[in-house]
Ligand binder design. Sequence first.
Ligand SMILES: NC(=O)c1ccc[n+]([C@@H]2O[C@H](COP(=O)([O-])OP(=O)(O)OC[C@H]3O[C@@H](n4cnc5c(N)ncnc54)[C@H](OP(=O)(O)O)[C@@H]3O)[C@@H](O)[C@H]2O)c1
Length: 308
Amino acid sequence: MEKPETEKHGGAMDEKVCLITGATSGIGKATAMGLASMGASVVMVGRDRSRGEAALAEIKEKSANASVDLMLADLSSQEQIRRLADEFKEAYPQLDVLINNAGLFRSKRITTADGLEMTFAVNHLAYFLLTKLLLGVLRASASSRIVNVSSGEQRNGTINFDDLQGEKGYTGAKAYSQSKLATVLFTYELARRLEGTGISANCLHPGGRVPVRTNFGSGVSGVFGVMVRALRPLMISPEKGAETSIYLVSSPKVEGLSGRYFVKKAEARSSDVSYDERIARRLWEVSAELTNLPVKTCNQTLPFPGRE
Ligand SMILES: NC(=O)c1ccc[n+]([C@@H]2O[C@H](COP(=O)([O-])OP(=O)(O)OC[C@H]3O[C@@H](n4cnc5c(N)ncnc54)[C@H](OP(=O)(O)O)[C@@H]3O)[C@@H](O)[C@H]2O)c1
């Protein structure tokens, strides 16, 4: 089968190794498909073996690219994130692209095996921990790119340091918008800490004015669930939703750009609070504590993995 033209997305990915979380459905799966079609070696991360294997087989067949791999990890478990990072590092000496994409919405507060609130754990702490654990292999590549999938909902978010885990007052919307603001704050802080290393870090909203038609929110009850189901016919396709992620990791146009927020492949302004460096530093420190990473190392300007 003929490979799709790489120019379609703006850059050849033949030599690149890309790891994508949440690659079993929706935007992540479409991103994995897009990158595999551009010739990249793609490592899909999923939490469910049968969903993962089905997506893997489909992507291999449709992209005509055999260099697609599946690794399993439930990203709500820090132990599994650590095992995933080890498994990846054993199999691959370098990483050119890391896309933290997995995400969820929970109307009711539930906790993870680590005792953390689920939305904050999966949508923020998993991005933080996986990125930190993979910085060594990201540095092994001449220039590598980290992309974190946020949401337009970051605009409605506040970081409530007195109740990050939603123990005092939980609503799904509050937890989700806080986690997506955390993604933006984390990306900007990461970009500052990675300055001069050749690793870029950017984040994005995958939709536009309308959401992307994925499994997101499909099993959710309450107002959010009703809204998601009502909007479904108007939503854009997962392929369209994956365009900005693919653009950010493949296009020469964004080479060297770091610490930015994108919507529809264009740089956009995120919420005012997302630019607050004190909040970003504090969130970094709390995230390091909650993921049992040495806070001191995380505070260093350049988080060289060898220093731990
Ligand atoms: N859809 C939109 O309009 C929209 C808008 C703004 C932002 N986003 C963001 O886009 C990202 C992708 O969402 P989507 O719309 O493509 O939704 P989706 O179809 O539900 O995909 C979410 C992915 O995350 C994975 N995931 C969820 N919890 C996980 C866990 N504990 N461990 C490992 N993987 C887990 C899911 O795995 P399973 O297949 O096993 O469930 C799935 O692959 C999310 O970060 C979301 O917040 C989406």
